[in-house]
Design a protein around this ligand. Sequence first.
Ligand SMILES: NC(=O)c1ccc[n+]([C@@H]2O[C@H](COP(=O)([O-])OP(=O)(O)OC[C@H]3O[C@@H](n4cnc5c(N)ncnc54)[C@H](O)[C@@H]3O)[C@@H](O)[C@H]2O)c1
Length: 265
Amino acid sequence: MMSDQFKGKVAVVTGGASGIGRATVERLVTQGCQVMVGDLHEPAGQALVEALGPDHVAFRRCDVANFEDVQALMQAAVSAFGGLDILVNNAGMGSEICTSVDLSPETWRRVIAVDLDSVFFGCKAAIPFMRQRHGGAVVNIASISGLGGDYGFNAYNAAKGAVVNYTRSLAMDHAVDHIRVNAVCPGLVATRLTAFMEKKGILPELTKTIPMKRMGRAEEIAKVVVFLASDDASYMTGSIVVADGGQTASTGNTDLGALMARVGQ
Ligand SMILES: NC(=O)c1ccc[n+]([C@@H]2O[C@H](COP(=O)([O-])OP(=O)(O)OC[C@H]3O[C@@H](n4cnc5c(N)ncnc54)[C@H](O)[C@@H]3O)[C@@H](O)[C@H]2O)c1
């Protein structure tokens, strides 16, 4: 579906070389946006430029945990495409699964740096350029792991929970700049990050607690991201939008009806 609702707009998508980020880049480009992708994974970034064309997409290697890299990424977007209107803070990493007692301080720091510091760095570097255009939109990719706890996900839970509340703070501070800031909380989505679950054969068990009984697709999350970045969401800021197949709709209680049927009422 082609549309030109983003014609003349420029976006930066971090972690745009794979998964949810890549699907977001593809959707933005389809709708007329020019996109600068920042990612650690250079070959995948270059492949995306080749696939979508250099008039629409540019790539710059960037570690989102490094402020100088992030600043250079925003500057590169402005140099390549003439300005900056949209930032999707998407790059992220998981953590090893263990208790806090067993987690190394180095892993804690890296997860917090990649999943949380990156959002601060992105906004700090991008918002001055958005102010020059008298407005803009930021979409932070948080997670349902920012809304509740998971066993053994300590640093990831901490980082994503902070992204959720930081989104609200950013929204308040920058409403005056006509910059909207929202977050998306995906549930389980089939990407490189979760590929090990399929390889290990644990997906049926994991999707049991999802009312829709399946993982999400990257494109399904990208649709929500692009909506929040668009003028269709013009009265939304500070919103935390969940896309999780119903997973967090549950109180966590067991299906009482099914349980009663099993024990014969
Ligand atoms: N897949 C899921 O189930 C799921 C669920 C909730 C939230 N999320 C979040 O969605 C976002 C995207 O993840 P995905 O599932 O598409 O994973 P993915 O692995 O497919 O994509 C992540 C991209 O980020 C890049 N990246 C990682 N660290 C980086 C760094 N330091 N600097 C720059 N780029 C870096 C990777 O190279 C990769 O291209 C992440 O923030 C993740 O936490 C994913």
